[in-house]
Design a protein around this ligand. Structure first.
Ligand SMILES: NC(=O)c1ccc[n+]([C@@H]2O[C@H](COP(=O)([O-])OP(=O)(O)OC[C@H]3O[C@@H](n4cnc5c(N)ncnc54)[C@H](OP(=O)(O)O)[C@@H]3O)[C@@H](O)[C@H]2O)c1
Length: 311
């Protein structure tokens, strides 16, 4: 009998890539890796590893319908940071929700609509782009409704801050004018749930393996929830050099000036001010049931500390 197919968007990226690797290791399912660029090095590597590489664009409905046709499962993820537009992210998610007709199990990689907890009228943080508090959260959360309204058999996968942000997004320790390493977040004493990006894909794999009882459920995942002080202590230990936690006001963080600083300031403030809702929903022991080798921060840092640019 032919293997059931799982179609994976973002297959050349962090989340989808982790899922593709987990699926290929297991071998139970056939893997359809969706990309805009089948000729890219990453796509060719996936084909070489055994995935069927199919071209589609989240902005093009017809290409998506083709990419999902005949699949048993579909993993849906958007990449907000490519365009910084919550409207476009919502449209791309809606396009996928419409294109997965006939698919038996869909995982939508989503996040909370923060406006349910902090309405636009709440002036603790600025409203951004007209009608959002944390645009890349709110658009994803708003798109949950589309999957529900279209009765797509969906598992809603709510992810956490990737520790890879310490490598790629300049979020790691930076030297202050005195040469001391400092980790800067506007999180106060609140815990920041985090995860090794590849473990998101492993969790998605476990959800597909788990089957229909996950349909309609929201699954929250985190590798470990740490405060800024705890992150700094882990960095100090791993790097062999003192790293201090520099807790700044969210307004200060929003004013840092890098692209998306206002949005990231709002995001961290949301996680700080609604710690019991946000971190409270993300419990390591629950993710561990899905991913038995789920990394904690110490494990991730030991493997990745040499990749972190210390500015
Ligand atoms: N960084 C974090 O801490 C964090 C935490 C939670 C959630 N997230 C969310 O994760 C999402 C990004 O996922 P990621 O980190 O796995 O992405 P990534 O590693 O940056 O890779 C982006 C992927 O999206 C695909 N893609 C982008 N635009 C596409 C389009 N128009 N059509 C088809 N494919 C498209 C790319 O495929 P090709 O280029 O091959 O076409 C690539 O595989 C963002 O929405 C972000 O909000 C991030």
């Amino acid at each position: 009998m032919a293997k059931k197919i799982i179609a994976v968007t973002g297959a050349t990226g962090a989340q989808g890539g982790g899922l593709v690797q987990a699926l290929l290791r297991d071998g139970t399912y056939a893997v359809r890796a969706i990309t805009r660029q089948p000729e890219s090095d990453k796509a060719r590597a996936l084909a070489g590893a055994g995935a069927d590489v199919v071209r589609a664009d989240l902005d093009e409905d017809a290409s998506l319908a083709h990419a999902f046709a005949g699949a048993y499962g579909a993993f849906c993820v958007t990449n907000y940071w490519e365009y910084f537009s919550p409207e476009r992210e919502f449209t791309q998610a809606s396009n996928m929700a419409q294109a997965v007709k006939g698919v038996e199990h869909v995982i939508w990689s989503t996040l909370e609509d923060t406006r349910k907890l902090i309405p636009l009228s709440d002036n603790r943080m600025p409203t951004l782009m007209g009608k959002y508090k944390v645009p890349h959260f709110d658009a994803k959360g708003e798109a949950d409704n589309v999957f529900r309204e279209l009765r797509v058999p969906t598992t809603f996968l709510l992810t956490s801050f990737y520790w890879e942000n310490f490598i790629y997004f300049g979020a790691g320790p930076q030297r202050d004018p005195d040469g001391k390493l400092a980790l800067t977040f506007p999180m106060g004493d609140a815990k920041l749930p985090g995860i090794a990006a590849e473990d998101i894909g492993k969790a998605a794999y476990a959800i597909f393996r788990g089957g229909s009882h996950f349909i309609g459920e929201s699954v929250f995942i985190s590798g470990e929830n740490l405060s800024g002080t705890e992150f700094a202590a882990a960095f100090t230990e791993a790097l062999g050099e003192e790293v201090v936690y520099n807790d700044v006001d969210p307004d200060v963080y929003r004013s840092f000036g890098f692209p998306g600083a206002d949005e990231m300031g709002n995001m961290f403030q949301f996680k700080r001010d609604f710690e019991s809702d946000y971190a409270g929903a993300r419990v390591r022991s629950e993710a561990l049931e899905l991913v038995p080798d789920l990394q904690d921060f110490e494990t991730w840092l030991a493997a990745n500390k040499d990749r972190i640019p210390l500015g």
